[in-house]
Design a protein around this ligand. Structure first.
Ligand SMILES: [Zn+2]
Length: 245
């Protein structure tokens, strides 16, 4: 299940956070749409041929086959669009641009996750994400997300404590209690201050955490870029990738 990409590099687009044209966020490049011939489903080169020359002797023969296959097909068209976009990259045109965009993207990702990317051994396993080469980056991402959830929980608890503290202050009995132990009148105020300081610290910690969806999307994009970078750097000639939509 899921949308895959294959060709010079392989992997799977991350569900819900990564579009099939995510390459466009790394290099300015237009995808080529793929087509296939009706009935035989061969790959269609629609610029050169107007029917499948591999399977039919004439255009008429292919047309007859289409009508025979589906009587309701009245379109005067022998091919359909495949749910795939293809990109062709080459080192001269795209490598520097990709590198620049990767450097910018790097700044939006937790340094701890980038450390995991930096530890990856430079070999052809990178070309295939299914080898598990990127697993540690995901593990690290999950750890950080868990940490963030814990900080948020702590924040909720402090906020509740602050509310309770305020409630205590406003009750009469405690007011009298406070008067008797006059020396400690500032007790509640102090506690409030302390809670405020803790809250500020928590807010600061949280501000370092970017939103969940952004993290997933950026790490997914960085992974794709990492594969493309390796491919362009180590492969002679072009790097091509077919992306399922
Ligand atoms: Zn064919």
């Amino acid at each position: 299940m899921g949308r895959h990409y294959h060709g010079s590099i392989q992997g799977r687009f991350v569900f819900a956070v990564q579009d099939s044209d995510d390459i466009n966020n790394l290099v300015a490049i237009s995808p080529e749409m793929s087509y296939m011939w009706k009935v035989c489903l061969c790959t269609a080169n629609i610029e050169d041929d107007d029917y499948c020359t591999d399977c039919y002797a004439s255009k008429k023969e292919h047309e007859d086959a289409v009508i025979e296959d589906d009587i309701t097909d009245e379109e005067n068209c022998l091919y359909i669009e495949e749910q795939t976009m293809s990109y062709y990259l080459d080192k001269d045109s795209h490598y520097d641009e990709l590198k620049n965009n990767m450097d910018k993207l790097k700044l939006k990702i937790y340094p701890k996750i980038i450390d995991e990317f930096d530890k990856i051994e430079q070999n052809d396993n990178i070309l295939d994400a299914f080898t598990g080469v990127f697993d540690n980056t995901i593990t690290k991402l999950n750890e950080i997300e868990k940490e963030k959830k814990e900080i948020e929980k702590e924040k909720r608890e402090i906020e509740k404590e602050k509310k309770d503290n305020k409630l205590n202050k406003s009750t009469g009995i405690l007011y009298i209690y406070q008067q008797i132990f006059n020396a400690f009148t500032d007790m509640f105020v102090d506690k409030d201050d302390k809670l405020d300081t803790t809250l500020k610290e928590i807010e600061h910690d949280l501000s370092k955490h970017k939103t969940y969806n952004d993290n997933r999307a950026f790490v997914a994009r960085y992974t794709l870029g990492y594969q493309l970078e390796y491919c362009l750097r180590t492969t002679d000639g072009d790097c091509y990738i077919h992306c399922e939509c």
